[in-house]
Write a protein that binds this ligand. Structure first.
Ligand code: S3P
Length: 173
């Protein structure tokens, strides 16, 4: 990726390692890293969980879209998004305009294992956890497909995922 202005956006379901991979990828590419959920928490002055609890999902999605737009106004960064940022078509369009979109995936069983103990992911609290993960994955699968590269993370260390992304980017040069 010689073209420095072209940024990289990482999408994918909860528990696929977007933030961990994003930090490492940015370091290797000497780019700035931004985590969209952290920006949202900073802007709102509260945790994602509290935003959902106090204001509801629609409010959260509006803030998420606004913060995504703000973040993507600065070119050339590596940006990790929250798992639901792909739901809105306008967000996906914005990500594509920004640069290269990488989606991290994992099988339902692996995702369940990685996020089972979560207390910070409001969409997975309450109800049948397994059912919830599978229903959300099914609902969103076409949105996650809207990317330039998909990487299966099952059984891989974050560094392997980063290497795969980098070798793909090198092939584009
Ligand atoms: C969400 C994923 C979360 C966070 C919020 C909603 C989702 O981010 O944005 O809880 O709708 O999938 P992570 O994917 O980083 O857990």
């Amino acid at each position: 990726m010689r073209e420095k202005r072209r940024g990289i956006v990482i999408t994918g379901f909860m528990g696929t390692g977007k933030s961990t991979v994003g930090v490492m990828l940015a370091r290797r590419l000497r780019r700035e890293f931004v985590d969209l959920d952290s920006v949202i928490e900073e802007v709102e002055g509260k945790s994602i969980r509290d935003i959902f609890e106090e204001k509801g999902e629609l409010y959260f999605r509006d803030v998420e879209s606004r913060c995504l737009n703000d973040v993507l106004s600065r070119p050339g960064m590596v940006v990790a998004t929250g798992g639901g940022a792909v739901i809105r078509e306008e967000n996906r369009r914005r990500m594509r305009e920004y640069g290269f979109v990488v989606c991290l995936t994992a099988s339902p069983a692996v995702i369940e294992e990685r996020v089972r103990e979560t207390t910070v992911r409001p969409l997975l609290l309450g109800g049948d956890f397994r059912e919830r993960v599978r229903a959300l994955l099914e609902e969103r699968k076409e949105f996650y497909r809207d990317s330039d590269l998909t990487i299966v993370t099952d059984g891989k260390m974050p560094v392997q995922v980063v290497d795969e992304i980098l070798s793909h980017l090198e092939g584009l040069e």
